[in-house]
Ligand binder design. Structure first.
Ligand code: PAZ
Length: 321
């Protein structure tokens, strides 16, 4: 595949690129329903409850190669980071909008086997279904925690698959969160496609096999991080992630992202150790968060969310002065 930079978009401003992206993207079929859910969720959590609200993005976006899509470009992200972080944000008192890849890892499901899920259940003699003893505590806990979050109106789950869906939904969320100003946070852990085929350049039907070389031009996805900061939700506290496989460039790349996209914090992580260690980079500090294997809740997201929640509070207090 030819990840060429010689695209129509080269030289255009970010605003123009972003506009072109949205103008040509296929519209969401359920945008009205999503808007309604967002309005209700934000009103519920911001009026009487005055909760801070975080949008957690999770999982990888697909970049389709055909409009009637059979094939797409994807990435490795499992959604583990976003799902576990959502649990810790809820624990820290946030309301969470969980913008996640359809079918990816979900909050409160860590103790339930997904392969195969049916392992959890068994049939009784009178053909009723019951949870196997080995899983009963975990399933009870998961159902209870999930139900408390959803029924209490503190967890809103919105699924996406493609880069087109993801960016349109992120825009809708950001614009809806404008009204809560400083109390909003973006925690952008999704692994977002860097390259895609614009809708207008895409063939309609399944690409036929035959030619020995498939020449597909991928164009750069406009970097929406700056658009969130500048236009969509300028008051929100913004945390993005930087993933690298080469540790020698990781922190420099995180610093560059901090500067370029005007993030409040960038979480740097390496592919191989991402579940063990992260480095939170801000303009004032670099703090390493480690998974604490001596504790029972031993996720690296535990110290990470504690730290970000504190920094968010400081940001609200400092901006309010
Ligand atoms: O989804 P996951 O738990 O498998 O991995 C998390 C992650 C590595 C995708 C995330 O921590 C991250 O770094 N996201 C941003 C990736 C990037 O675009 O640089």
């Amino acid at each position: 595949m030819d990840a060429s930079n010689k695209s129509d978009d080269v030289g255009k401003t970010l605003e123009t690129q972003a506009k072109a992206f949205f103008d040509s993207a296929p519209s969401l079929h359920n945008s009205h329903e999503i808007t309604q859910k967002l309005i209700q969720f934000i009103q519920h959590n911001s009026s009487s409850l005055a909760r801070r609200i975080v949008c957690v993005t999770s999982g990888g976006t697909t970049a389709p190669l055909e409009q009637l899509c059979v094939r797409y470009v994807d990435n490795f992200s499992s959604g583990h980071r976003g799902a576990i972080s959502t649990e810790y944000f809820l624990k820290a008192g946030y309301a969470v909008i969980f913008l996640h890849r359809r079918g990816s890892y979900q909050p409160f499901c860590r103790s339930i086997p997904d392969d195969p899920l049916l392992e959890c259940f068994e049939l009784t003699n009178d053909l009723n279904i019951q949870v196997r003893k080995a899983y009963s505590e975990a399933v009870k806990r998961a159902i209870l925690d999930h139900h408390t979050a959803v029924a209490g109106g503190h967890l809103l789950k919105l699924p996406f698959s493609t880069i087109f869906e993801y960016l349109q939904m992120l825009q809708m969320i950001a614009i809806s969160m404008r009204c809560i100003g400083l109390r909003g946070m973006f925690y952008l852990a999704a692994a977002v496609s860097d390259y895609y085929v614009p809708w207008k350049n895409m063939v309609e039907h399944k690409i036929q096999s035959g030619p020995p070389l498939l020449d597909v031009k991928l164009f750069q996805v406009p970097k929406m991080l700056s658009v969130i900061r500048k236009d969509w939700a300028p008051q929100a506290f913004c945390v993005s992630f930087k993933l690298e496989t080469d540790s020698s460039i990781l922190v420099n790349k995180a610093n560059a992202a901090l500067e370029k996209y005007k993030m409040h914090a960038v979480v740097a992580n390496e592919l191989a150790t991402r579940k063990e260690q992260v480095v939170v980079v801000t303009s004032a500090e670099k703090i390493t968060g480690m998974r604490d294997n001596s504790e029972s809740a031993n996720d690296v997201e535990n110290p990470l969310i504690k730290l970000l929640s504190k920094r968010h509070i400081t940001y609200i207090e400092d901006s309010g002065r």
